[in-house]
Design a protein around this ligand. Structure first.
Ligand code: KIV
Ligand code: ZN
Length: 515
């Protein structure tokens, strides 16, 4: 019998720390529901002290999720721990994850604390968290660059204080696999009470080694891995959930542990996270990239047709790659629509919300006869985006694009409820539309990214557009979907502008500690 390997998903917390990836409460609940369906063991839902919105989101996840443990992050300070405890209170099983940095560079320059002060604070934080729950996780931040003797002292003390999980983060993605594996081995051997806690790892991908480092740690006794869907996360991201889970599952001959995950939920989860955050998945990404199971060369195709295992080490269907299933169409009624949403874990809160989303569905079904799950997710994301965030609203857009002519766009926006019109020419129809929007809205930010992806296959697919804008150091992502990609682009641009007008003050967990 293999040991259980605990999968701790931090898409909603560390993943959300990617610039522009912030999610609304309802979006977090939708992602949490698919993670629960995937049978993820622990869902880190956010950093409750960061803002009232973050607190509400963690609380909503704690209410919605029954099967997975719901975790809230807290620095080793009173207000963070108390806020995290309050947010996870409704959870059937709740965890507090508290942390403080232990590397010389962080202690001296960020915390301005001595080793003894950090040790004392770590123990205090674990004891405070234990007043609220028996499930307490402690992380020595930047463990990958901490001194081994000090790390051992801290871990022994926090386990003694009641931490049931000790998580070893390679916060800046600095370690190499053999080194990180050896670190886990030494810690397990040298910390006298190491058998009283689960050893966890949390690797960042700055050198592209997050998954390799995590797997090396598992081979050396780690029994919890922290990861994110699609490897989402700050800078180069976190270890990717799908790669870790499938490596352990595929190489059962090497690993003496396994997860309880339903891997067929991997691709749907990947698509949902990409749709909600607007971070597209590269086509050659392992497991969830569009080409991950596509065989281009004739020799490969021949081999796969004769015997699949000649070139495939996993089955596409085991990770949820089923051909897009038509789920609904033009003639589907409200009940069919409602029950498909329910199957996807989407519960609309009121009859009014159901009616307006159903209207959108009917409009889409008129343009696109076959409606897939991905279309429904995009529809709900869009309805969510517009809620309470409509300083600027697209009323109409007309574009003229013709060979030999300069593209031109006429736009009407509702600005705080009053309509305003403008027209502009541009190098293409999207450029013209953005310029027309700018002249109504006033120039609001610098365009950092513009990307278009098809949600399903076929030329009648909806295009999903992401626009990233920066203003005054703040980065926001806007999203829009439509069968017309110029309209999708305008929606995405307006969504990003709306985010820029709403102040969003949030504390970053690793920015510093107010001790
Ligand atoms: O990367 C890191 O060190 C973290 C901690 C808060 C666990 O995200
Ligand atoms: Zn991290």
């Amino acid at each position: 019998m293999n040991d259980p390997l605990i999968i701790f998903d931090t898409t909603l917390r560390d993943g959300e720390q990617s610039p522009g990836a912030s999610m609304t409460r309802d979006e977090k609940v939708r992602i949490a529901k698919i993670l629960e369906r995937m049978r993820v063991d622990v869902i880190e839902a956010g950093f409750p002290v960061a803002s009232p919105g973050d607190f509400e989101a963690v609380k909503a996840v704690a209410v919605a999720v029954k099967d997975s443990i719901v975790c809230g992050l807290a620095r080793a300070v009173e207000k963070d721990i108390d806020r995290a405890a309050e947010a996870i209170k409704p959870a059937k099983r709740g965890r507090i994850h508290t942390f403080i940095a232990t590397s010389p560079i962080h202690m001296q320059n960020k915390l301005r604390m001595t080793e003894e002060q950090v040790l004392e604070r770590a123990v205090w934080a674990v004891k405070r968290a234990r007043q609220y729950t028996a499930d307490v996780e402690f992380s020595p931040e930047d463990a990958g660059r901490s001194e081994l003797d000090f790390l051992c002292r801290v871990l022994e003390a926090v386990i003694e204080a009641g931490a049931s999980t000790v998580n070893i983060p390679d916060t800046v993605g600095y370690n190499l696999p053999h080194q990180f594996g050896a670190l886990i081995k030494s810690l397990r051997e040298r910390v006298p009470n190491s058998d009283k806690a689960v050893f966890s790892v949390h690797c960042h991908n700055d050198l592209g080694l997050a998954v390799a480092n995590s797997l090396s740690a598992v081979l050396n006794g780690a029994r919890q891995v922290e990861c994110t869907v699609n490897g989402l996360g700050e800078r180069a991201g976190n270890a990717s959930l799908e790669e870790i889970v499938m490596a352990v599952r595929t190489r059962r001959d090497i690993f003496s542990c396994d997860t309880r995950l339903d891997t067929t939920q991997i691709v749907p989860a990947s698509r949902l996270v990409s749709n909600i955050t607007g971070f597209p998945v590269q086509p050659n990404k392992a497991i969830v990239g569009a080409n991950a199971f596509a065989h281009e060369s004739g020799i490969h195709q021949d081999g796969v047709i004769k015997k699949r295992e000649t070139y495939e080490i996993m089955r596409a269907e085991d990770v949820g790659w089923i051909a897009n299933r038509i789920v609904l169409g033009k003639h589907s009624g409200r009940n069919a629509f409602k029950s498909r949403l329910k199957e996807l874990g989407i519960e609309l809160k009121s009859e009014q919300e159901l009616n307006s989303t159903f209207e959108r569905f009917k409009d889409l079904a008129d343009k696109k006869h076959e409606i897939f799950d991905e279309d429904l997710q995009a529809l709900v994301t869009e309805a969510d985006l517009e809620q309470g965030n409509d300083h600027f609203r697209l009323v109409s857009l007309k574009v003229c694009s013709q060979t030999g002519e300069t593209p031109y766009a006429d736009v009407t926006l509702a600005v705080n409820g009053s309509e305003a019109k403008a027209g502009a020419s541009g190098s293409g129809p999207v450029d013209a539309a953005f310029k027309a929007i700018d002249s109504v809205a006033g120039s609001r930010g610098q365009l950092l990214l513009y990307s278009v992806n098809n949600i399903t296959s076929g030329t009648d697919s909806q295009g999903e557009v992401t626009v990233r804008l920066e203003r005054g150091g703040r980065i926001v992502n806007g999203h829009g979907a439509d069968t017309d990609i110029v309209i999708a682009s305008a929606k995405a641009y307006i969504n990003a502008l709306n985010k820029l007008v709403t102040p969003a003050e949030r504390t970053h967990p690793q920015a510093g500690q107010p001790i």
